[in-house]
Design a protein around this ligand. Sequence first.
Ligand code: ADP
Ligand code: ZN
Ligand code: ZN
Length: 733
Amino acid sequence: MKSTLVLHIALPVPLYQSFEYLAAARQGVDDVNIGARARVPFGRRTLIGIVVEKTDSSRLPASKLKPVHAILDTQPVFNTHLMALLFWAARYYHQPPGEVFSAALPKVLRTGKFIAPVTKTIYRVCNHEVSGEVLRRAPKQRLIFELLLANADGLSGDEITRRVPDWRPAARALLSKKLVVKVPQDAAQPITTSGVASKEFSLNQEQYHAYNQIHQNLHKFDVYLLAGVTGSGKTEVYLALAKEVIVNRRQVLILVPEIGLTLQLVQRIQSASDARVAVMHSNLSDAERAQVWLAANTGSAQIVVGTRSAVFLPFKNLGLIVVDEEHDLSLKQQEGFLYHARDVAIYRAKQTSIPIILGSATPSFESQYNVNTGRYQKLVLSKRARRTKIPEVKLIDLRSKAVSDGLSNELLQAIEGELGQQQQVLLFLNRRGYAPTLLCRDCGWVAECSRCDVRMTFHKQQNIIRCHHCCRQQQAPDQCPLCQHKNILWLGEGTQRVENKLRQVFPNTAITRIDRDNTRKKNTLYTKLKDIHAGKYQIIIGTQMLSKGHDFPGVSLVGILNVDHGLFSTDFRATERLAQLIVQVAGRAGRATNTGKVLLQTYQPEHSLLNCLLAHGYEAFSREALKIRESCSLPPYTFMTLIRARAHRQEFTRRFLYDVKNFVETSPQWKFLGPIPAMQERKAGLYQSQLVVISSNRKILQQRLHDWIPAIQQLPLAKRVRWSVEVDPLEME
Ligand code: ADP
Ligand code: ZN
Ligand code: ZN
């Protein structure tokens, strides 16, 4: 008798188990691969899942098992390595494996479709230094060359045929003259030197030391913390190593926190090498993402530069991982599957036995702690590569000064001075919109979101007020809804207000603003950044998006408008974050010349944190701050997990979390904080509370959570709240 084949399939549903199905009668055990996609019936739906196990029997009676509709792949979409990584991530972050698998697939595959490889070959110009004039004796070559010059993205053979019949011999001549290249058109974009001349310099001593340490150990796992001040040339170290890795036919993954940084990095890679680079970020279309996935899988992408989800790409032969700006919060996924891309990357490097570099001018306390305990190796770049000094931060005491629209006279004068010398000025304010508060002067009414515990932000251009938490928006009232008076005041300032003011004060100056409100459309951020580099703007106003990583050689003055709220946060990480922000933003100044200045406006010029940071630097500051963490038994000295509950009724969230706490046994191995309501207790109409579990032993905490979760699922209130678990939370909200 033919034995049955039972397939265990992980499905994208919020349940921690996999589900058993019968293989089709004609399918033998070798016909179905672990890691392949399967289409299966689930209740009344049809779902796409991943085959995770094959057995010849089931605990369920055969009559209870449904057959799969179809196995979609002959080759698995996840190889064994990636599968193991995803299983680890599911277990570590306490997420249903099916949901983790699903999150790691591009949408095309997730929805049961297939990625058709793009096989077109493209001709494009690779030498932009010459003009068609040099080909005046070969008119056909010249015609093709100029045609390609006019089409920067290149043209396929078909496209050329349409314009120049019988073109191939001339194209071959251009190829052999190295004026034109022929490249497969896929996600891995080859070089378009676009005028960026490659820089001629060799690594300095510190850079070389860092490079060499890693270079000598390319074949084994190690975590390197590359602690290099802003502008110290960390990127050059990554690139030098990447070249070596590529020569050995292996691939490089470079994770960056923000889309904006991918462009800059790709340009630098392209001006320094002829590697095939693919870019992965949230601004890509589904089809583009699918092509990147494929390019990683086939190995056609030698380097992938990507934001956090790139950590799950199916590399054919990964040889090095770089996590740039490793301290950055954006590396942590903030909704759905809550993973930290840096930490997943470290596991991946370990699993693959390759080195991983964590780079930052302001290393996270976690990473510094891991250096102190000997788990990571620290490599230091202490000086700026271009020998410019790191500018000192000067405080502007706002307390007794005239301030209008967030700008003190002192700062305005400094801006004027720089503009007079044709320098660029960068102003940082971490709040978008026009004004964060709309207030009635007569009765004190304040515009608040009806679904969240937050004030609505005024956006003057569209004359609306918008909630930055749930995105609800409405027409801005011109009279008070309570007392009907028309005495409404816009209080505080956002980037739009500062922009307005500057346009009034400096009417003949080119000013641009970069924040989430005006960079949503595809490519607008890229264009803006390019224009800033090209010197098109003298004043740049930006939020968080501009604080990190960017190399703006023309900026000589950085103004930090207001970070005081960071000094009073209840989140124990707020000071770490504020220090990182100040150092990073300040680091944008004076990168090319020696004239950088940084002015920080504050109402708290005597604050001890500010003063410690400014007088002694980030490292000394973090040493002090780490002592406090240790004495309070806070991370990184302990490990934290958050159990969150959301519900339409406030009491449900608290009662549920009390039930969790009471059900879990007490032990000296862990302790609970809370339940406490979230800082913004109401968000999009749902109340939130949280219970914090802290332990000094990660293993025990993880183990116990695995026991607790199934039991928590059984609690009576578990069905009336939406609850979730977050491992290593970074924001306490
Ligand atoms: P980081 O990534 O540490 O902020 P970058 O790699 O952006 O620093 O380097 C800062 C600037 O210094 C860049 O313009 C870069 O081209 C330049 N640079 C880097 N290394 C060197 C070097 N060895 N010699 C001269 N200039 C360098
Ligand atoms: Zn009123
Ligand atoms: Zn809201």
